[in-house]
Design a protein around this ligand. Sequence first.
Ligand code: PAF
Length: 282
Amino acid sequence: MRPISDKQQLQKLLQTTRNEKNTIGLVPTMGALHQGHLSLVEKAIEENHRVVVSIFVNPTQFDNANDLKNYPRNLNGDLALLQKLSRQIVVFTPSKAEIYPGEITSQEFRFGGLEKTMEGSYRNGHFDGVATIVELLLKIVAPDKAYFGEKDFQQLQIVKKLVKLKRIPVTIVGCPIEREANGLAMSSRNERLPNKIRQKAGFIFNVLKAAKKKFGTKSANDIREWVKAKFQKNEDFELEYFEIADQENLTPIQRKQKNKKYRAFIAVYASGVRLIDNIALN
Ligand code: PAF
């Protein structure tokens, strides 16, 4: 499996697919692939004739230079995993210059408030960077469908809004979170956790499951306080935020309303590694 880094070469190949009236699925990734990514690729293979997996660690979505520097990279391992799934996958590995021929910078977007809460308020410019790269990749690949994991639920909602705002003709498909045996949401960053902490990190999902149980009877504020207290008692994990928000507009809630869907969202530091997760509450 030889990756393609040149966008014109990729587009030429995809034109043949399109000429044959075959559909294209895109799975955008930053590499360091794990079962979470592979489940997206499997779904894309099921639903399309041709699947493109992009691997590009996008500098503009990192608000922290160390996080970017330490982000795990393992192209050979990634290619081996993809090859096991299907030899037909096209892997697109553009260089920084291929994606950002001029200045390495993001566009500024407004997503009607979706970008302001949670990840948006803790990671400066993050969603501008994500939307910039996703728009570029959608333009280069022009897929029929593009696949994103629900672990980054806020990102998924923003990407859906982006394609509406920019009228990009693609269907965005959200895929469920894959978890390690102890419940820890799969993430490329998990590789940076010391083993002992990784084993204990099921704690985060256990807190989310308990919050879900409490959601039937307790107020959102009571649950927020309960989660804070749980983390204060745990030395291994530092809570950045826990929020209960409306699943559609991502606004934190005070009072539950009938016929609305809610989700709990969490961001945690463990041994300097930032982890996020979320759970549907109703
Ligand atoms: O979810 C990710 O890995 C990234 O944010 C994405 C969508 C590949 C854009 O760089």
